[in-house]
Every structure is written in structure tokens, then in C-alpha cells.
Design a protein around this ligand. Structure first.
Ligand code: FES
Ligand SMILES: [Fe+2]
Length: 380
């Protein structure tokens, strides 16, 4: 049975003419259920970094819209991924953000034990059970891919590789961060935001709110030298690239030429991961905007430093600015938008896009909306 075509109002596939997509896409539980199936159970999901799991038996878990999964390193050094569920009576197998299972994954309920390849090794008492065949009860595997040093999984066995989904992303990011392969995980913090994941994602790609005397982040506009912002959209990814100024600004102090980069670069891997650098700071950050519900997002912010080194003074300052100023400012903006999206008084706002795609143009916002609507099949 075919679904009735949704009313997108004045949304247009052409960014130059488009209004924002209807507010229901940020609030409606039914649309969120469709997004789970069409986007989050089909796209590559960020789990963590390879340096978080260096030893045999090290694992990382991740929650994908309520589906709990884990990745584990085996004796050959490969990383395998599985649904986090025992094939006996469905107890979860591993707990916490990370840990080590040693040589086997033992279920905490009745102690069925699985190899790091997912095969059922031992099931107490099974020799007395008629016709019991261990090979029927291996863990349910999921796809795993290592990309730019990060571990991703995909619940869709038919999915294209990340490189096929986002051609050019890796080359572009590596050109920006020459030390990418030396990066080591050093820190992570999670935040619960009362906003739809797309509100957060759009904010992360929003130049209009930052540049040329916008009211939202005064210091950030200075830091980034807003007259020099490139915002580009590509197949499966988008990029914000600001060439930083002299180092004189109200956000934080740094000397140019001392960090990993003097540029502010945010790369979005569709749908919900940002990788970014900060001027004068010697690291890389990941920012996952994982949906928890139609109006809740779990932000996972993690830092990576070359060889796991201590952060230098400028990097610490950048982190302080991000945690104490920029982050809270954006949380306030996101929750403020989410409230408004529930207002009966909100109609569809116009996307502020200019033909030249200049510093304040909102074509990157349109990118998030169009990708979503395409994935849902709501536009051709
Ligand atoms: S549920 Fe895992 S061993 Fe019984
Ligand atoms: Fe912001």
C-alpha cells in the first residue's frame, strides 16, 4: 500500500527557492519512527575510535535509537560487530560504554559463552538437549568499517561502504588534519539535549548565526574571521571552513601556527556526525548527535590528541571556551528552536540562501533537510 505524499508546504528541492521543511519533521513520533528505519538503521553509525579498544577482547557499545550493539577486537586484531543480545533468552551481553571480555563473551544470565567471532562456544547442559546444534546460535553480526581511525557500524547488510556513501570526505579531512593517523582518544562527555537531532545538526552547519555581528556567539564570530567562510555540500557530507584571523579575539588566546591547524573546519558525515578542528588547538573532536526520540538528542563529544599527548595551554583554552561558552550557547539555541517548532504560531520560515553561497547562506541547512526528505522518500 503506498503512503500518501506528505504536504511539504513551501519546501523546495532547490535551496535558492526553499522554505524550511514543516515543523512536524522535528516533533512527530511517527516521522521519527520512519527516520529510524530509513536513516538510522541503514546508515553508518559512529561508535568510537580504534584507540579506545587496542587490546584483544576490548569492546565498545553503542545505542542506535534503542538498538544496542557492540564492537569487539579479536585475537587477530580485527574488530567485529554484533547486536548486544544473547541468543538463549535475550539477555544483553556486555554493559557500559567500554570494557574487556578477555577471550570469550559470557552472558551474565546462564553463562552461554561466545567467541570474539560471535560463534557460540559453550552452553552449559546443551549436550543433554536433543538436537542442540551450537552453530544455530551464533551472535547476530553487524557490519563494521574503520574510517579515518573511527569505528562505524551499519545494521543494513546491503549498505554501501562509507567511502561510497561520502566520496571525497576522507581525502578532504586528511588534507585538513595531516596528523590524523596519530590521533588518540583522550576524553569524552555526553549531553542530553531537549531537541530533535536535525535541530542540532542544522545548528552545527549554520554559518548565519555565527558571522558578521550575529547575536548568538559574539566571540566565535571574531575567532573565525567570518569574511572568509566556505560552506560546501557534497554527496553524503558537508563542510564549513573558516580561515581564522590573527589569534586576537574574545573566545580564547592562541598563537597562530602552533596548533594542528589555524582553521576552523567542521566536516559533517551525513546524518549525524561532525568532525572538527579549532584554530590554534592541537587536536580533533568528534560530535555525534544521536537521536533518542523525536525531541531528544544524545550529544557525544570526544577529543583526540596526537599520540595521546597532554593538551597544551592553547588547546585547553579552546576546550574551556567550547565547554563553558560555545556549547551552552548552542544548547540554548537548540532547545529554544525545539520549543518554537511546537508552537501553533510557527509557519514555515524562508531559508536564507544566496546564489553565491556566501558566508551567511543557509544552503547547508537545506542540505540536512533535503537529505532527510530524500531518505524518507518524501521527495524524489
Ligand atoms: S540469556 Fe544468555 S545465557 Fe541465558
Ligand atoms: Fe552555534
Amino acid at each position: 500500500m503506498s503512503r500518501q505524499a506528505p504536504d511539504l508546504g513551501r519546501f523546495d528541492a532547490d535551496p535558492d527557492r526553499s522554505f524550511n521543511m514543516p515543523a512536524a519533521y522535528y516533533t512527530d513520533p511517527e516521522i521519527f519512527e520512519r527516520e529510524k528505519e530509513a536513516i538510522f538503521f541503514k546508515s553508518w553509525r559512529f561508535v568510537g575510535h580504534v584507540t579506545e579498544m587496542p587490546e584483544t577482547g576490548d569492546y565498545l557499545t553503542q545505542d542506535i535509537c534503542g538498538e544496542n550493539v557492540f564492537v569487539v577486537r579479536d585475537g587477530a586484531g580485527d574488530i567485529n560487530g554484533f547486536y548486544n543480545v544473547c541468543q538463549h533468552r535475550a539477555h544483553e551481553l556486555v554493559r557500559g560504554r567500554r570494557g574487556n571480555v578477555k577471550a570469550v563473551i559470557t552472558c551474565p544470565y546462564h553463562a552461554w559463552a561466545y567467541g570474539l567471532d560471535g560463534a557460540l562456544r559453550t552452553a552449559r547442559f546443551s549436550e543433554k538437549v536433543a538436537g542442540f546444534d551450537k552453530s544455530d546460535f551464533g551472535l547476530s553480526p553487524i557490519r563494521v568499517e574503520i574510517f579515518c581511525g573511527f569505528v562505524f557500524v551499519n545494521l543494513d547488510a546491503e549498505a554501501k561502504t562509507i567511502r561510497e556513501c561520502a566520496p571525497g570526505f576522507e581525502e578532504t579531512f586528511r588534507a585538513q588534519v595531516p596528523d590524523l593517523d596519530r590521533m588518540v582518544w583522550v576524553d569524552q562527555a555526553n549531553f542530553d539535549i531537549a531537541a530533535n537531532w536535525k535541530v542540532v545538526a542544522e545548528n552545527g552547519l549554520d554559518g548565519y548565526h555565527v558571522f558578521l555581528s550575529g547575536p548568538a556567539h559574539k566571540a566565535l564570530g571574531e575567532l573565525m574571521d567570518g569574511h572568509n567562510l566556505d560552506m560546501t555540500t557534497h554527496e553524503g557530507w558537508a563542510k564549513l571552513h573558516a580561515h581564522a584571523g590573527t589569534g586576537d579575539n574574545k573566545a580564547y588566546g592562541y598563537n597562530t601556527g602552533t596548533g594542528q591547524t589555524d582553521e576552523y573546519v567542521t566536516m559533517m558525515l551525513w546524518p549525524d556526525l561532525l568532525l572538527f578542528t579549532l584554530p590554534g588547538a592541537n587536536g580533533v573532536w568528534s560530535f555525534l548527535m544521536a537521536p533518542e526520540g523525536p525531541e531528544r538528542t544524545r550529544e557525544e563529544v570526544a577529543a583526540y590528541m596526537p599520540d595521546g599527548a597532554e593538551m597544551d595551554a592553547a588547546t585547553k583554552e579552546a576546550v574551556r571556551y567550547m565547554n563553558e561558552v560555545l556549547g551552552p550557547e548552542d544548547v540554548g539555541l537548540n532547545t529554544g528552536v525545539q520549543k518554537g517548532l511546537n508552537s501553533r504560531g510557527y509557519r514555515q520560515g524562508r531559508l536564507m540562501v544566496d546564489e553565491a553561497r556566501s558566508d551567511m547562506s543557509e544552503h547547508t541547512i537545506h542540505f540536512v533537510q533535503l537529505q532527510t526528505l530524500k531518505a524518507l522518500g518524501d521527495v524524489p
